[in-house]
Design a protein around this ligand. Sequence first.
Ligand code: PLP
Length: 416
Amino acid sequence: MKRSRFGAKFTRESGILRLMDDLGEAASADAPVLALGGGNPARIPEVESIFRKRVRTALDSGDELERLIGSYDAPRGNREFIEALARLLRNQFGWNLADSNIALTSGSQTSFFFLFNLLAGRGEDGCRRRIFFPLAPEYIGYGDVGIEPDMFVSRRPEIEHIPPDLFKYHIDFGALSLGDDIAAICVSRPTNPTANVLTGEELSRLSELARDRAIPLIVDNAYGTPFPDIIFNDAEPVWDENVILTMSLSKLGLPGARTGIVIADEETIRAISTLNAIVSLAPGSFGAFLALELVNSGEILHVARRVLRPFYERKSRQALDWVRESLKGLPYRVHVPEGTFFLWLWFEGMPISSQDLYERLKARNVLVVPGHHFFPGLDEDWRHRNECIRINYAGSDSDVRRGLDVIAEEIRAAFL
Ligand code: PLP
């Protein structure tokens, strides 16, 4: 087959494809696989029962199911859900937004495909523009969504060592000279893969930088506040007309419903609606349907704060304890876990690359994600990116425990 440039770029091997393939293989493998790799959230019975009840009610009441599956939503997404969300955000946080500031997509991954390609690449004026990630490592899913080559640029962090075995990345504001070719600044908060949470101050400095250059600040809130609120400190949600805030129902427990939310200025929202119409006619209706009542009543905030957050905070503390037990005596460090359901492990001076480590672990049926995929737009050679791995601790406690023991064995062997 003779492929277009688009075809060649979007069908080659990529980090996100490997991660999602691993996830699919793990689900259907004959031998038990310890899936500490992809981004599946935990199964939390208290949350699952809410959605089960919602489906049952729809089945039992008139033609609700038929109305759900029998028609397309508008290209901007389900109107009732958008109205309810706008109301909730206005009442709860005083944000000055209307329905016209919100659009739904078929998942945040789709939101990023739209947003990055909307803003960066070759412009109508002939200039090439890029998306700027001020703090690499950043989310693996960003790096491959650019239709044009070379659409991303990022900066290494400052590293703070926190004895005895933790570390924390900080934005190196001194190194953030933004060229005229920067179309938007983008951060995930909390950050996937590191579990870092940018402080309010860091965020307002980025916001100021963006405003000064009349470009948007994109904040990827897939794990953030107010929902799913998988964040272990008191970070405040932020939005204003210069911020493009992306949210998702995936980490609330609905990754299969593929529902992303974009909150932005009206022009951006109109563009997202148009892209939805062209690419998929309309986003799916199912996620909005499942979450509508929770948003209407505001209960979504309580479910996030009272159920999801403590659940993941406990899992995070436990995973860290197990890392400390399993890897005792080995040269490991863990990024301070402030949110998400990942631990980002750093093996300084590791004689093999994180890709080799990934392969050795995969051969033993333990899946992780090698660190080098998380540096979109970082061109310089930096050993650190081959010394880290990301593990997901949302799975069963026994799988996480056993997985960490295998990781420790392979690390010990690598350093021998
Ligand atoms: N952004 C971040 C930081 C993520 O971790 C993910 C998924 O893991 C996404 C975006 C995409 O999420 P979804 O497309 O399921 O909404």
